[in-house]
Ligand binder design. Structure first.
Ligand code: B12
Length: 571
């Protein structure tokens, strides 16, 4: 298991690194000029770039030929190194920064009609979805590899995409979406495209999407070439193949999918009709009392405390691409880990003045009723809300309602609910940085906000355990906290134990998270993006599991196997 890292450890390392100067990137002065130019891009450094660009121009090379020649050669090498796991996301973004600076400098010497564009793509996050970070990475990678990107933003309905297709005449359309709901929205969007005569290649990507869903659902709905891109670099490879006359035809013809996998309703939904409490859950434990039952909504004052609850694996690994054990390598002063840590610290220093973590939470009196949980105003007989859940499809399978105890001697059990956000102002600040060509910063701002929201969930959940009367052991490490080694668990709608995103509406009715600036979109996603909602249970037997469909759910649940579904722990 990874070495534990706690807030004091992080603070100590931060203090040390704040004083550290950025590692000098390798400057290959001895290389021939063309290789040197490519090297600026590969190394992601601008030191000496402008004088060398001017030197190249003074040799009589046209600016466009410099871009399409040595600079693009550098970007191609960056792609190769990334695919070979030799460069990480953060470094690719620094390379894009160098490319942007080079092109920005050369533009003043170019004719208006000159265009370095290799092709054009219209990019958008689908209707109902606020996912920005993944789409923006795609924009940065494509635009700095010579493509014109028309980024339509988030929550984009099909009609706006069709309008943009008419106006911009792109070579391809790219759709992004975070959740399973967005994958289904892509099917609708693709079908609308077909009805309106759109036939340009369609690229789709997003965390919950899979190749299978793309080829069996989105592709057949579109009827024209459809490509699944697992990441931004794959998107670049696909665009390169599409714009290469030698490959275009074959690539297109092999990505037209006509055989539909069948509509969602064809597959028999996995329903466990049992309403029996699973024998895996004890009922003989006392009901812990809660300290208060009123609704709490507030700004969380101490951002640096929130940041100490960020899982380094998520921020540095998943979002910034660091390979290996970040904490261990940082402690060993690995140069890449040190560079990345210092870059994030710089973003944090700035963000400390504007980023806001906000939370709204409440404990409710709760009773189990078969596969449902009834929530009550204090002492009331009639529930103010009922959440219905699915049961794990197996004998003795689990259902979330199993973790709420029956009423005992007039004492009711409790359930906690919360919504947290760190998203205010993030989209704009990230966009501003992107416009300035500060790509690593633009991405790091969004990644930090997202993980601050997740860190804030971890922090608030810890606090709610305290308020519930069972604080964590003082010896519990952050690493143990990240793997839920405490009493009880939190579950979020959209995750496998409670997949129905529509139930977010119940949280909105009860908690009114609008007060902390979080709106629910028509796709039941939270705007701003960096937001998390959860149900908090105290039961010591809580486990993560994949529930079957709730029999009473009207909305179609995600299809098993069609989308990626990686529950943290299977019970
Ligand atoms: C980090 C994370 C979060 C973060 C940030 C989310 C985000 N915006 O990325 C936070 C903590 C905010 C979060 C919140 C939620 N999450 Co979440 N989250 C994740 C997690 C662990 C990783 C996502 C990620 O890597 N994001 C980073 C970006 C950069 O990656 P990306 O979007 O995939 O984009 C890349 C590629 O997909 C591709 N790409 C994307 N679009 C496009 C488009 C084109 C054209 C191309 C070429 C490529 C491309 O390129 C991008 C860059 O390489 C996934 C699980 C997983 N393993 O994927 C769950 C996951 C996406 N989350 C999930 C859920 C349920 C939620 C919540 C609804 C939970 C809740 N109730 O609070 C909320 C929703 C937030 C909202 N605003 O409504 C579920 C979704 C399942 C479902 N039912 O739909 C997942 C799949 C987890 C799971 N196993 O169930 N989440």
């Amino acid at each position: 298991m990874r070495a534990a890292i706690n807030q004091f450890h992080i603070a100590a390392i931060s203090d040390y690194f704040r004083k550290t100067v950025k590692r000098e990137k390798k400057k290959a002065a001895e290389l021939p000029l063309d290789e040197r130019l490519a090297n600026y891009i590969i190394e992601g450094t601008k030191d000496g770039l402008i004088p060398d660009l001017d030197l190249k121009r003074s040799e009589g090379t046209a600016p466009l030929d410099i871009i399409n020649g040595p600079l693009m050669k550098g970007m191609t090498e960056v792609g190769r190194l990334f695919n070979a796991n030799e460069l990480i996301v953060a470094e690719v973004l620094q390379s894009a920064e160098a490319m942007k600076a080079a092109v920005g400098h050369l533009e003043q010497f170019m004719e208006k009609a000159d265009t370095a564009a290799r092709g054009k793509i219209v990019l958008a996050t689908v209707k109902g979805d606020v996912h920005d970070i993944g789409k923006n990475l795609v924009e940065i990678i494509l635009s700095n590899n010579g493509y014109t990107v028309v980024n339509l933003g988030i929550k984009v309905p099909p009609e706006d995409l069709i309008g943009a297709w008419r106006e911009h005449k792109p070579d391809a359309i790219g759709l992004s979406g975070l959740l399973v709901k967005s994958a289904h929205q892509m099917v609708t969007t693709a079908s609308d495209f077909k009805d309106h005569g759109v036939t340009v290649p369609l690229l789709v990507g997003g965390a919950a999407l899979s190749e299978k869903f793309t080829t069996t659902r989105i592709g057949p709905a579109y009827g024209a070439a459809t490509f699944y891109a697992k990441d931004a670099m794959t998107g670049l490879r696909i665009m390169n193949e599409l714009m290469d006359p030698a490959q275009r035809e074959i690539v297109i013809s092999t990505h037209i999918f006509t055989t539909a996998g069948g509509p969602a309703t064809d597959a028999a939904p996995v329903v466990n009709l049992s309403t029996e409490r699973s024998p895996k859950v004890r009922t003989d434990i006392p009901i812990p009392s809660v300290a208060y039952l009123d609704r709490r909504a507030r700004d969380v004052p101490n951002l640096s405390e929130m940041w100490s609850y960020i899982n380094p694996f998520m921020l540095y690994g998943r979002h910034l691409g660091f390979k290996g054990n970040f904490e261990k390598l940082l402690a060993e002063r690995d140069p890449k880990a040190m560079d990345l840590f210092a870059a994030v610290e710089r973003v944090k220093e700035e963000a400390a003045s504007w980023m806001k973590a906000r939370a709204v939470w409440q404990f409710f009196e709760a009773e189990r009723s078969e596969n449902a949980i009834h929530l009550f105003a204090p002492g009331a007989a009639e529930p103010i809300h009922v959440f219905k859940f699915g049961r794990q499809p197996m004998a003795g399978g689990l259902c979330l309602s199993d973790y709420v105890l029956d009423k005992k001697d007039g004492t009711r059990d409790h359930l906690g609910l919360f919504v947290v956000t760190a998203g205010e102002g993030v989209r704009q600040r990230s966009e501003d940085a992107k416009q300035r060509g500060e790509y690593l910063k633009a991405h790091a701002i969004q990644a930090l906000a997202i993980e601050t929201a997740e860190g804030c969930s971890e922090w608030l959940h810890r606090r709610m355990r305290e308020d519930w009367g069972f604080p964590d052991s003082p010896t519990l490490t952050m690493q143990e906290r990240f793997t839920s080694r405490y009493r009880g668990k939190r579950y979020s709608f959209g995750y496998p134990a409670c997949p129905s995103l529509e139930d977010q509406q119940g949280i909105w009715t009860l908690l009114r998270p609008e007060e902390i600036g979080v709106q629910l979109t028509e796709g039941f996603m939270m705007d701003p993006e960096a937001s998390v909602s959860a149900l908090v249970f105290h039961h010591p037997d809580c486990a993560y599991f994949t529930a079957g469909e709730a029999p009473s759910n009207e909305a179609p649940a995600p299809m098993p196997g069609d989308v990626k579904n990686d529950a943290k722990v299977e019970a």
